[in-house]
Design a protein around this ligand. Structure first.
Ligand code: HEM
Length: 203
């Protein structure tokens, strides 16, 4: 039987599933507001977008508190020593090694839940893109909080731009993330693990 590691406790799975669902809803309603897609109607799209944004913000608090209490945050800590070398090794594996049937250069275990590329992208999305998205979204919901002008540019325009850029980068992350989740012991293995909590280690 393949070895299994319990990587995703219940609170993490709860956070992740709500986060993924809210992200999908925010992308659909965001695209609808911007391009009139999906025949949702502007007012409905705005209301659903605001509600999902608020749920995502509260859910982010679960992510922060859960990480602090469970020490899951240690998997996200970037090591500066050998950072670029490890990243290059992982990229080379994804571009070449994997097609030659080579073994992963950073096999996952209890101490290492993410490979260097996963670690960097998860840290960026969870500690840069999502906070910027949530904070700029809350500011747009309460525009009285936004400074009138920043360097001569209306604050609301800068906040809106920040929100759109963070939303775009978050959406790009999600597409790439789902693709990379198909790489594992089996194409469906990672998806099963984020549902039942157990990661299957490739032989
Ligand atoms: C339909 C959408 C999504 C699917 C199918 C999905 C799938 C998965 C799967 C299978 C895993 C476990 C494998 C791994 O650790 O790489 C995972 C973990 C993770 N996902 Fe997603 N994901 C989705 C959306 C998102 C979004 C929108 C975010 C962030 C904005 C996100 C952030 C993460 C993070 C940070 C982890 C690692 C959690 C931890 O162990 O600490 N995911 N996802």
């Amino acid at each position: 039987m393949a070895q299994q590691i319990y990587f995703y406790p219940a609170w993490l799975r709860f956070w992740h599933q709500i986060n993924a669902l809210m992200f999908l809803m925010l992308i659909v309603t965001g695209l609808s507001m911007q391009y009139g897609l999906f025949r949702i109607g502007f007012d409905v799209a705005v209301s659903v977008h605001n509600i999902c944004g608020i749920i995502l913000a509260f859910n982010y608090l679960i992510f922060i508190v859960g990480n602090l209490l469970s020490k899951n945050y240690k998997y996200y800590l970037l090591q500066f020593k050998g950072f670029f070398k490890d990243l290059k090794t992982q990229i080379q594996y994804y571009c070449l090694g994997i097609f030659r049937g080579q073994a992963p250069p950073f096999p996952l275990n209890k101490e290492r839940k993410f490979n260097p590329l996963q670690k960097l992208s998860y840290a960026m999305v969870m500690f840069v893109f999502v906070p910027v998205m949530v904070l700029s979204g809350l500011a747009l919901l309460f525009p009285q909080l936004i400074l009138n002008k920043i360097f001569g540019i209306p604050g609301i325009i800068l906040t809106d731009m920040l929100h759109i850029i963070a939303g775009f980068l978050g959406s790009m992350f999600m597409i790439i993330h789902v693709y990379f989740c198909t790489i594992g012991a089996k194409p469906t293995a990672s998806f099963k693990s984020i549902i039942n909590g157990y990661h299957e280690v490739a032989d």
